[in-house]
Write a protein that binds this ligand. Structure first.
Ligand code: AMP
Length: 224
């Protein structure tokens, strides 16, 4: 049995760096739920809830949703029982205030034996733009790429059989806004995890398989 009671793994990276894909792969291996505010918000938006309507315009423009909303979303999600052994965060924290909120939560809920590790998938803007152009997603949360990770059946989700679509915020102009927002806010977050000696940096430009291999290799140094 593992001597770490809880494992918290946080994925960082620009949009399209593959963090969602890698978070899902690692989550399945470690039996940890993946928590992605972006996914939770898309779900609310697609259901047409009050919250979903409130955030839809900001999301379509690639702008960040206000912290108060994200905090509530995270708090509600982390109140569920399935996080007892830990969880994987994808797309959170995204700015300093969110990092401070998370650290406070760690102080309240984690012990010294627990693991917190951050994985940063690095990728150049030019590669991201190319990658996002081929991204197709499903409302169930699955994500594909027309060349590097195609579904078995063209335009159809492997997992649930629904029709794949292009995210509105994957339009080139919106991607540029999202990339700018990412590079503007990520530095203090990475600096924090580096100082804590819990930052793993991975070249996110390689194939899904090779990125997974490198994550597996490097995370072994942290997981006991
Ligand atoms: P993602 O799926 O991570 O690319 O997120 C999609 C969109 O959801 C973002 O462009 C933001 O509008 C919103 N969003 C996701 N995560 C956050 C966050 N941590 N803080 C604020 N807004 C977020």
């Amino acid at each position: 049995m593992s001597s770490q009671t809880k494992k918290i793994i946080i994925f960082f990276g620009p949009p399209g760096s593959g963090k969602g894909t890698q978070a899902d792969i690692l989550g399945a291996k470690l039996f940890l739920p993946v928590i992605s505010p972006g996914e939770l918000l898309r779900h609310e938006r697609d259901k047409g809830t009050k919250l979903g309507k409130e955030v839809a315009v900001l999301m379509a423009k690639g702008k960040l949703v206000p912290n108060k909303i994200i905090e509530k979303l995270i708090d509600n999600r982390l109140a569920k029982k399935d996080i007892d052994n830990g969880y994987i965060l994808d797309g959170y924290p995204r700015q300093k205030e969110q990092l401070l909120f998370l650290i406070k939560r760690f102080e309240k809920t984690l012990s010294k034996k627990d693991l917190v590790v951050a994985i940063y998938l690095k990728a150049k803007n030019s590669s991201i733009i190319k990658r996002i152009a081929g991204r197709r997603v499903c409302s169930c949360g699955a994500s594909f790429h027309i060349k590097t990770n195609p579904p078995k059946k063209f335009g159809i989700c492997d997992q649930c059989g629904a029709k794949l679509y292009r995210r509105k915020d994957d339009a080139p102009q919106v991607v540029r806004t999202r990339l700018k927002s990412f590079s503007l806010r990520i530095k203090p977050i990475l600096a924090y995890f580096k100082k804590e000696k819990s930052l793993i940096t991975i070249d996110g430009e390689r194939s899904i398989k090779n990125v997974t291999k490198e994550i597996d290799k490097k995370i072994k140094n942290y997981i006991k």
